[in-house]
Design a protein around this ligand. Structure first.
Ligand code: GLU
Length: 304
């Protein structure tokens, strides 16, 4: 798959406001920020508040204030996915019109009982089903690989019908996959730096770019931070929000998680001093091929 080759670097950090910013998300924000800044690029923040059922009131503001407190200042206005529904509707219309999407009433349970095969050959249906339905993207069979800026060559195997994924749910909500592609296109994103937990989404999103006749951004998946049991730090497993009273140790620990050597960074006393040094020391190669890193000692990192 051909990726965008423009020299204008536009990157983004795209948190879902399901809770306050925790250490794992700070690592994500920092990785995408440093990658953009090291290429003299533009860095944007987009709030992915597409799923009202998972959203926590006040989380979006708290995430933005925490980013600012850590010196991670974005370059253009923040975009909120909840305000972009007309663009998602339009994109869904395009995919339907070109035969890349179809309505599907099948439940997950029915599909798994039939190894992913649809009850009434949903893809071929001429009229909308009687029951409530979702919209799915029609995946093309593909056994391929893509070049990841951090992971290297990543092989994947997609099966038409079996891997057709939901782009608008039965309840009427658009899915992450559709919204993220729509917004990355609208914001002209050239580089996506995100956690390795989203590696499997990339081939799906590439198929949507192709269906829309667009070039896809370049992607790099950094290693996610895992706890002692090997689980990714996340809002779901109750990772605590960051303590804004220990900004420098948070940033140093996040830099350690990205394997940025700490020795030269000890003198910095503010994020404004530290971030340019981190930018100089950031290297995709140091984390090449790593899917996860252990949680560093957040409190102890301030003395490094
Ligand atoms: N909103 C997604 C998340 O918080 C990130 C999506 C992306 O970077 O593509 O996990």
């Amino acid at each position: 798959m051909q990726a965008v080759s423009s020299d204008i670097y536009r990157g983004r950090f795209a948190p879902s406001p399901t809770g306050p910013l925790h250490f794992g998300s700070l690592v994500g924000a920092l990785a995408s920020y440093l990658d953009a800044r090291s290429k003299q690029g533009v860095w944007l923040v987009r709030i992915e508040d597409i799923d009202p059922l998972r959203e926590v009131t006040g989380a979006a503001d708290s995430i933005l204030r925490t980013l600012e407190a850590h010196g991670l200042q974005w370059d253009e206005s923040v975009i909120y996915q909840s305000q972009r529904l007309s663009s998602y509707t339009e994109l869904l219309g395009q995919l339907l019109a070109s035969g890349h999407a179809y309505p599907c009433p099948c439940s997950r349970k029915e599909l798994s009982a039939r190894q992913g095969r649809h009850l009434d050959a949903c893809r071929l249906r001429q009229t909308p089903p009687d029951a409530e339905y979702a919209y799915r993207f029609a995946v093309t069979d593909a056994e391929y690989s893509f070049h990841d800026l951090i992971q290297g060559i990543v092989p994947y195997h997609l099966h038409g019908e079996l891997d057709d994924f939901v782009i608008r749910r039965k309840e009427g909500f658009f899915s992450y996959q559709l919204a993220v592609v729509c917004d990355d296109l609208a914001q002209d994103i050239s580089h996506i730096i995100r956690g390795s937990d989203l590696l499997d989404s990339t081939p799906l999103q590439y198929q949507m770019y192709k269906a829309l006749g667009k070039e896809s951004p370049q992607v790099g998946h950094f290693p996610v931070v895992v706890d002692a049991s090997g689980a990714k730090l996340s809002k779901q497993n109750l990772a605590p929000g960051l303590d804004n009273r220990q900004i420098m140790s948070n940033l140093r620990a996040a830099a350690a998680a990205l394997l940025i050597a700490n020795a030269e960074l000890a003198q910095a006393e503010t994020p404004q001093e530290l971030l340019p040094q981190l930018t100089l020391n950031w290297s995709r190669d140091k984390i090449h091929g790593l899917r996860s890193v252990p949680l560093p000692d957040i409190t102890g990192a301030s003395s490094a």
